[in-house]
Design a binder for this molecule. Structure first.
Ligand code: SF4
Length: 296
């Protein structure tokens, strides 16, 4: 039977040969660029993020430049990445980094999690991937893989439990460099092979020592950690339609209320979505009811 360090070696070799060539990997991005990639990837697949990240970093290569950008441009550049409040939180984060840290991301966990929009996962990912520090990174993919490999069961949904955190810390390689590769390779395995519904165990580099596979993959596919959300007809879809219409306008132009009413036939839902976009600071409602992206 392999021990933990054998598993780390096999995974590391698999990572070296198979890691997807994403532009923020392999030391090619600044710490700020790594943070942007993590924020963009939170609810969006990494492969979809690539063109947005590239255009974004070309336009705003550091926190200072993003901090100074007009809000409407930031929301427009976020494009179809979804959950656009993340764009405004990222700009708030950029302002804090530019003003409080002279445009250099802090290297301490407590300072990173204190930044707007930065939670445990993003702070840990930045410390590991950008600064090479030894810290357990815990996201859904990593939790699923570790739980399967070492405990032989599916991880539960919701927030990471104390036991899951303890496991992630226990199996993290001691040496900082190895711990970075470990975090990256476990996460990558979860993204491309050890997926929630149909893990490709026949191609897995650590199949021989996976407790879940040995146990006959108990409970696979029975329960998703989160029910898949229907998109059609949701407020998310309606909010997306309104923002897409505003992004398509020339700079400083607005969308009349009559034009906006044509975007969605359920006018009560449309009004509620417009109000929520306004509450979130993603749009402005003018005195005559016309809509525009925020100015300034
Ligand atoms: S053997 Fe299957 S379940 Fe186990 S880690 Fe590999 S892909 Fe995941």
């Amino acid at each position: 039977m392999m021990n933990d360090s054998d598993i780390a070696l096999r995974l590391g070799a698999w990572w070296d040969a198979n890691a997807r060539d994403l532009p923020w990997r392999f030391g090619r991005a600044t710490p700020w660029g790594v943070l942007v990639s993590e924020v963009m990837s939170q609810q969006t697949q990494m492969s979809r993020v690539v063109p947005y990240w590239q255009a974004w970093m070309e336009r705003w290569p550091d926190a200072r430049s993003l901090a100074a950008a007009p809000k409407a441009e930031v929301i427009t550049a976020w494009g179809r990445l979804g959950y656009p409040r993340r764009a405004l939180r990222l700009q708030e984060c950029a302002r804090a980094v530019a003003e409080q840290y002279a445009d250099e991301l802090p290297r301490a966990y407590d300072e990173l999690v204190a930044l707007p929009g930065i939670g445990d996962y993003t702070a840990s990912a930045v410390l590991s991937f950008a600064f090479g520090q030894r810290i357990a990174v815990i996201d859904t993919n990593i939790r699923r893989v570790l739980s399967r490999v070492f405990l032989g069961v599916e991880s539960h949904g919701g927030a990471a439990s104390a036991a899951e955190r303890a496991l992630a810390n226990r199996v993290l390689p001691e040496r900082a460099r190895r711990s970075v590769t470990w975090n990256q390779s476990v996460m990558e395995l979860g993204a491309v092979l050890c997926t929630a519904k149909s893990p490709l165990c026949e191609n897995c580099p650590i199949a021989e020592d996976c407790a879940f596979l040995k146990a006959g993959r108990p409970g696979l596919g029975e329960k998703r950690t989160r029910p898949r959300q229907r998109f059609q007809g949701t407020d998310r879809q309606v909010r997306g339609l309104v923002l897409a219409a505003l992004r398509g306008l020339p700079a400083d132009a607005s969308l009349s209320r009559t034009e906006a009413e044509k975007l969605w036939k359920d006018s009560a839902q449309l009004s509620a979505c417009i109000a929520s976009l306004d509450d979130d600071g993603l749009i402005e409602i003018m005195q005559d009811g016309a809509l525009r992206l925020p100015q300034g």
